[in-house]
Ligand binder design. Structure first.
Ligand SMILES: NC(=O)C1=CN([C@@H]2O[C@H](COP(=O)(O)OP(=O)(O)OC[C@H]3O[C@@H](n4cnc5c(N)ncnc54)[C@H](OP(=O)(O)O)[C@@H]3O)[C@@H](O)[C@H]2O)C=CC1
Ligand SMILES: O=C(O)C1=N[C@H](C(=O)O)C[C@H](O)C1
Length: 252
């Protein structure tokens, strides 16, 4: 007799948001996944456990995502998280919750776009060879947070690569006349956030050295660009107990 694999039961938090709607469509269209629960603001999380969700996908907002994670881990449900707003302190708190639930996996990806992941990897690779680097991120005007999670993560990996190579501080003679004119400082890297109608999600990493610049640019032109990465996370998160940051580990 053939063993038939049951589809993985998936719930979506933030299901009526821009990303949540796209995730529901993508899960629904995947033959190996079943969409069992769609939860948005004001609706009880227990709908997901009552529906037998094995994996939750969270695209809500930075103010509520930690509470969702705490609840899901307590229930023993693995979670794929796209929501932004994560800090090292938040990661530590999640590791603490996971310590009591060794079978549960949480994957937090600052960006699920394959091109965006490569953009961050290329930026980390280039970081040691240039005197200067700044990040310019551009998003739609309904985005709540700035800088973006992608920009924060990019700045972190660049700063780590520069520190590992003992790069000196970047040259900058500016006496800032108005606060914010030089963007904000994330781990020693200047980040500039632009919000404008018509944009989806875009980022440039601009490197400079004597006589040359290198620009690494990524554009998400449509939210469907994030779906292959989200589905990869959904299919694999239960095989990765503990906390995984970034989709890189799954791609390799
Ligand atoms: N990692 C990645 O690749 C990507 C990450 N993102 C991130 O995902 C997040 C969501 O983005 P986006 O879809 O554009 O935002 P939206 O505001 O369109 O969607 C968020 C949804 O979550 C709902 N919500 C709020 N609180 C709760 C709660 N407690 N439980 C369930 N649902 C809730 C909101 O309802 P209401 O509006 O009523 O508050 C809204 O419908 C952001 O942090 C964004 O930065 C976005 C794109 C890609
Ligand atoms: O809010 C968005 O839209 C996006 N958020 C993520 C971020 O903060 O980096 C990922 C992507 O940039 C789209």
């Amino acid at each position: 007799m053939n063993d038939v694999l049951e589809p993985l039961r998936v719930g979506v938090l933030g299901a009526r948001g821009r990303m949540g709607l796209e995730v529901c469509k993508a899960v629904d269209a995947a033959g190996d996944l079943t969409l069992v629960s769609m939860i948005d603001a004001g609706e009880p999380l227990f709908n997901a456990s009552d529906a037998g969700a094995q994996v939750l996908v969270d695209f809500t907002n930075p103010d509520v995502v930690m509470e969702n994670l705490r609840w899901a881990i307590e229930q023993g449900i693995s979670v794929v998280v796209g929501t932004s707003g994560f800090t090292e302190e938040r990661h530590e708190q999640i590791r603490g919750w996971l310590a009591d639930r060794p079978g549960v996996g949480v994957l937090i990806a600052p960006n699920f776009g394959i091109g965006a992941i490569l953009m961050m990897q290329f930026a980390a690779r280039a970081a040691r060879y240039f005197d200067s680097v700044e990040i310019i991120e551009q998003h739609h005007p309904r985005k709540l947070d700035a800088p973006s999670g992608t920009a924060m993560h990019t700045a972190k990996v660049i700063a780590e690569a520069r520190a590992a190579a003992s790069c000196p501080p970047m040259p900058d003679a500016t006496k800032e006349e108005l606060a914010g004119a030089r963007g904000t400082d994330v781990d020693g890297v200047r980040v500039h956030s632009i919000r404008a109608a018509g944009l989806v999600a875009h980022q440039e990493v601009l490197f400079g050295a004597t006589g040359e610049t290198l620009t690494i640019r990524h554009d998400s032109l449509d939210r469907s660009s994030f779906m292959p990465g989200v589905l990869l996370g959904v299919r694999n998160v239960r095989n990765r107990p503990g906390l995984t940051i970034g989709l890189d580990a799954l791609l390799d």
